[in-house]
Design a protein around this ligand. Structure first.
Ligand code: F6P
Length: 342
């Protein structure tokens, strides 16, 4: 029996070895976000555990076009789980928007014998992945990495939790001076197309109002509200998402000055401070889970999908669907702000 089975087992073993993925590529792409390093670490260490070699490309699609590659090992990702930014660097690649750039990236992937690919990034990066997948027939999986939290298919993108905590810390500080001087503060937060950073940070910082791209004509409501503020109200914080239709915090500040000259108005734009800093605990855990599952997904045959977490469960969303922006904000949260900020 042993002599009959032995060669069969060897044949099966060889077949399994031949069909198993042995080399994957990875980039971090688009705007960096805290937690990208934790995700990268999880991808590399999970791959190494499964005897898969990992090639990293610097500066996102730029490095892929130029073949600016590095072999990533367990030690390459030591000591990075707590660091903001991305050790692989990142870029918004204009060259990858053109046929020539995509062809060059696809050729480099083929020449290096890469059999699967992981992209840590946001909607622009996943749009790039869709184009890349038309040129190479290898599975690509995405790890949702952006501070904006505007991808469909995950409760929280990598970077969002840290960014909103950064905003809340800054608004708490601004509140001290705002209340001391009885001033109205208009604070601009990031979110070109989405008001999700504004929404949660407004709730957590106890802001009086918010302006977001998802809601139209909210300025009229805001101005009316300001007019009716009770005189004893010392907190007057308005959070504005940068993508809001009224053109950012400075324009909103001017409008308030014109309509309500009785108020002393100041404007603060928080800017890129929101993209940096050490990832929060929740960020590190989620980023690790997403990176770990990205490798398992490649091994299990997932293709052109984003890995996300919904209700604590890992889930997969095709890139085409993931990049559709979240167009409505949670009504319950908006209503709650109205009540709590009275
Ligand atoms: O990555 C998302 C984001 O932080 C947006 O919130 C913001 O509008 C944009 O990136 C800024 O990008 P950049 O750093 O390229 O100016």
């Amino acid at each position: 029996m042993f002599f009959v089975d032995f060669p069969r087992q060897i044949v099966i073993g060889i077949l399994v070895y031949l069909t198993e993925m042995k080399k994957i590529g990875i980039i971090t792409s688009g705007g960096d976000s805290p937690g990208m390093n934790a995700c990268l670490r999880a991808v590399v260490r999970t791959a190494v555990h499964h005897k898969i070699e990992v090639i990293g490309f610097y500066k996102g699609y730029e490095g892929l076009i130029d073949n600016d590659a590095v072999n990533l090992t367990t030690t390459s990702v030591s000591g990075i789980i707590q660091r903001g930014g991305t050790i692989l660097k990142t870029a918004r690649s204009a060259r990858f928007m053109k046929e020539e750039g995509i062809n060059s990236a696809a050729k480099n992937i083929k020449d290096l014998g890469i059999e699967g690919f992981v992209i840590i990034g946001g909607d622009g990066s996943f749009r790039g992945a869709i184009e890349l997948s038309k040129k190479i027939n290898i599975p690509i999986v995405g790890c949702a990495g952006t501070i904006d939290n505007d991808l469909v298919g995950t409760d929280f993108t990598i970077g969002y939790d840290t960014a909103i905590n950064t905003v809340v810390e800054a608004v708490d500080k601004i509140r001290d001076t705002a209340e001391s001087h009885d001033r109205v503060f208009v604070i601009e937060v990031m979110g070109r197309d989405a008001g999700l950073i504004a929404l949660r940070s407004a709730i957590a910082s106890g802001a009086e109002a918010l302006l977001v791209p998802e809601m139209k004509n909210d300025i009229d409501i805001l101005l009316k509200k300001i007019k009716n503020w009770r005189s004893s109200k010392s907190s007057k914080i308005i959070i504005v998402a940068e993508g809001d239709e009224y053109g950012g915090a400075y324009k909103v500040g001017d409008l308030i000055r014109k309509t309500c000259p009785e108020f002393d108005v100041r404007v603060t734009v928080l800017g890129h401070i929101q993209r940096g800093g050490n990832p929060t605990c929740m960020e590190r855990v989620n980023a690790s889970l997403i990176g770990y599952n990205a490798v398992l997904a490649l091994k299990n045959g997932h293709k052109n999908e984003m890995v996300g977490i919904i209700n604590k469960k890992i889930c997969f969303t095709p890139f085409e669907k993931a990049v559709k922006h979240i167009e409505t904000l949670d009504r319950d949260l908006l209503n709650m702000i109205e009540v709590l900020s009275s």
